[in-house]
Design a protein around this ligand. Structure first.
Ligand code: C2O
Ligand code: CU
Ligand code: CU
Length: 492
């Protein structure tokens, strides 16, 4: 039987609810859980890194690829010899990877097999959102567009966008945190002929790394406390694997790294301090690769990197570390170099030019203040997180950009925690973070921008193709669930 400490309230968490037990305000990154969870005993050699399978289409026509995906409560093995109950896509977490091509639509028929009430006391309703997708409003997974238990619906994703590392996850209003924590997330990769012509490492040399922290008790149960400051785990899972290792050849590999955690941030770096190359972030390839020694990923951010193992002697290992972690959250994945291989891949100096959005095209600037929390400086609403002082209301429109126009959005963080803000419908470019230009790694297309505690960010974006209702929100999932989200409508 699943044990959940401090189960999630089954009633919707709307404004006015009293705050639970006192919670610690973590600074940026890390933070601490207020529940002691026994440290899982794991095989000291580690476990082979799981690679989520690529989902096979149920049908392929001249114009589209159709997929079927189910959502179930399932039992899997995360700790050796222990069974863990999860919310899985096709029985697994992360779910199978969907591979799409730019310009070729994908349909996903989702079958919701959950009971009325599921793990953590959360409702069995689900909403699927393709994060990073440029998707019509009706298929975007608005937080109240539910798929009830025992029903199915088909989502259509046009993929008329640049190739990029996307992910799909649950987006149910008030319960995205527990649904994702218990497993409802997977990768969705879009590619095209140009990207394939670049000669980047591919096939077995292109590996996803979905990084998620979790609390797992000694019996193997996932423990979700519902911490409104953000749920933090004491163990890292990569693609669902605890203490993973990957056997690699002494050559270049491409890694699609997703911070799929509810709240935790990572600063990834190699244990020997060697630099690696950044090809792009959420919205696809940068104009040229950027070489860094480390990069920070807030929740929902992705980074596409190339690590070159050619200088590592066979028989030695390199660890991808989290410089913001300690103990079981310091090591992300160990790479064991176990063989020689010739490397036919390359990282060209030119990847894909980026069209800069022009300030002269801006028709509107909007300002949003992010506040709240237990010790919020302004707009404190009993432990809620707010945007311009308002809790999320699916019926209130907080911004109304016109279809096809360019806008600047400014975010001012008046709280003591970072808020990685994610905007649906489109990709944006970062103009400023804390009044300075973004680093070169963050200068391409993005869908999530971290607004630092007591800091600010400015982004520029266009809203093409699709009118209708969308949301933007903090991607710390408990901030989102505790209402740091707003509806915006793209007006035809
Ligand atoms: Cu990744 Cu609105 O979500
Ligand atoms: Cu999204
Ligand atoms: Cu937040």
């Amino acid at each position: 039987m699943l044990k959940v400490l401090g189960a999630v309230a089954a009633a919707p968490l709307r404004p006015g609810l009293a705050v639970g037990a006192a919670q610690l305000l973590g600074g940026c990154g890390g933070g601490s859980s207020d529940v002691q969870v026994p440290d899982p005993v794991v095989n000291p050699e580690g476990a082979p890194l799981r690679i989520p399978p690529v989902l096979s289409p149920s049908s392929v026509t001249a114009t589209e690829d159709a997929y079927v995906l189910s959502v179930d409560e399932s039992e899997i093995e995360i700790l050796p010899g222990k069974s863990t109950r999860i919310l899985g896509f096709d029985g697994m977490t992360p779910g199978p990877t969907i591979r799409a091509r730019a310009g070729r639509p994908v349909t996903v028929s989702l079958l919701n097999n959950l009971p009325q009430t599921t793990l953590g006391g959360a409702p069995g309703e689900v909403v699927i959102h393709l994060h990073g997708g440029h998707v019509p409003s009706s298929d975007d997974g608005f937080p109240t567009d539910i798929v009830p238990p025992g029903t199915s619906r088909t989502y259509t994703y046009p993929n008329n966008q640049l190739p990029a590392t996307l992910w799909y996850h649950d987006h149910l209003m008030d319960f995205t945190g527990p649904h994702v924590w218990f497993g409802l997330a997977g990768l969705y990769l879009i590619t095209d002929d140009h990207e394939e012509s670049l000669g980047l490492p591919n096939g077995a040399h292109e590996v996803p790394l979905v990084i998620q922290d979790r609390n797992i008790d000694g019996d193997g149960n996932l423990v979700y406390t519902g911490n409104r400051n953000g749920e933090v785990g004491n163990t890292l899972l990569v693609n669902g694997t605890v203490e993973p290792y990957l056997r690699v050849a002494n050559r270049k590999y491409r890694f699609r790294v997703l911070n799929g955690s509810n709240m935790r941030m990572y600063r990834i770096a190699l244990s020997n301090g060697a630099p690696f190359q950044v090809l792009g972030m959420e919205g696809g390839l940068l104009p040229s690769p950027v070489t860094v020694a480390s990069i920070t990923l807030t929740p929902a951010e992705r980074v596409d990197i190339v690590i070159d193992f050619s200088s590592i002697p066979v028989g030695e290992s390199l660890v991808l570390r989290n410089l913001l972690g300690s103990g079981d959250t310091a090591d992300i994945v160990r790479f064991d170099v176990d063989r020689m291989e010739t490397d036919d891949s390359q990282v060209p100096a030119v990847l894909r030019p980026i069209e800069q959005l022009a300030m002269s095209d801006v028709v509107q600037t909007r300002s949003f203040t992010l506040s709240g929390g237990m010790m919020g400086m302004q707009g404190m609403m009993g432990g809620l997180w707010t945007i311009n002082g308002n809790p999320f209301d699916p019926d209130r429109v907080d911004a109304d950009p016109k279809l096809g126009t360019v806008e600047i959005w400014e975010f001012q963080n008046m709280s003591m925690m970072d808020h990685p803000v994610h905007v649906h419908q489109t990709m944006f470019q970062i103009l400023e973070i804390n009044r300075g230009p973004p680093p070169a790694t963050h200068a391409g297309w993005k869908d999530t921008v971290n607004v630092p505690a007591m800091g600010s960010a400015r982004i520029i974006m266009q809203f093409p193709d699709y009118a209708g209702r969308y949301v933007f929100h903090c991607h710390v999932l408990e901030h989102e669930d505790h209402v740091m989200m707003a509806r915006f409508d793209v007006i035809p």
